[in-house]
Design a protein around this ligand. Structure first.
Ligand SMILES: Nc1ncnc2c1ncn2[C@@H]1O[C@H](COP(=O)(O)OP(=O)(O)OP(=O)(O)O)[C@@H](O)[C@H]1O
Ligand SMILES: [Mg+2]
Length: 227
């Protein structure tokens, strides 16, 4: 008999706990996200949304509980393997964009590929293609401080996409831009989600924001509640 070892889910969290300085931010989070899913996590400021995304994004370790990304148990991986998995599988759109001010738009987009050891020629090609695809080629040589908030957001999303990730984590991507730009951004994410089957976990503080999600949660008292 052939033994198949299918990846059940892209993200699997089991009973994840995290405390900072004595306060329990996450108190037993369970979450399963499969290919092509678009999941929202809504919660008040301080509820632990960024903490949760950092744990999924392998930027923080939980105090207790298990994290599996692409079927791999994170606690079993060494630092190098963990970084490699993060660079290959995950695109992160940070709450405050985290564009590097001393790098141009094009260089910012190239950055995840540079960290992953991709050759300059290939990096440039891929970054330019994406900028073209999103109609933002004219911004390539600009520095982040000269961009509008909406432009920064879109560049941050393009940067999260450049390594062809299976998972995109978007931390309050619509919090600091106007309604029109928010809708543009959400439809951009939805397009990526449906066309490439990328799994998306998006956070927002807005309990009522309409989102094209496949599943919605509220993060409250350190736990995820389905809505
Ligand atoms: N590195 C840290 N050290 C100490 N406390 C932290 C750290 N990171 C987060 N916290 C605390 O954990 C709690 C949850 O923070 P987190 O950033 O996850 O909330 P959030 O839901 O993302 O909030 P917001 O919507 O304001 O971004 C907060 O009380 C915060 O002060
Ligand atoms: Mg946050």
């Amino acid at each position: 008999m052939i033994r198949l070892n299918p990846v059940k889910s892209l993200i699997e969290l089991r009973d994840v706990w995290k405390n900072y300085g004595g306060s329990e931010v996450l108190r037993g989070v369970n979450l399963t996200v499969g290919e092509g899913e678009f999941v929202s996590v809504r919660g008040k400021s301080g509820a632990g949304k960024t903490t949760l995304l950092k744990i999924i994004g392998l930027l923080e370790n939980p105090d207790r509980g298990e994290v599996e990304i692409l079927g791999r148990l994170i606690s079993r991986l060494g630092d190098n393997e963990r970084s490699r998995l993060r660079l290959q599988a995950i695109g992160f759109v940070f709450q405050f964009f985290n564009l590097i001010p001393s790098l141009t738009v094009l260089e910012n987009i190239e950055l995840p590929l540079a960290l992953a050891g991709v050759k300059k020629h290939e990096r440039l090609k891929r970054a330019r293609e994406l900028l073209d695809y999103f109609g933002l080629a004219h911004l390539a040589g600009r520095f982040p401080e000269t961009l509008s908030g909406g432009e920064k957001q879109r560049i941050a999303i393009i940067r999260a996409l450049v390594n062809n990730p299976k998972i995109i984590l978007a931390d309050e991507p619509t919090s600091s831009i106007d309604d029109e730009n928010s809708q543009l951004l959400i439809s951009l994410l939805k397009g990526i989600n449906s066309e490439r089957r990328v799994a998306i976990v998006l956070t927002t503080t807005d309990l009522y924001e309409r989102l094209p999600t496949t599943r919605d949660y509220i993060l409250k008292d350190g736990r995820l509640q389905a809505t």
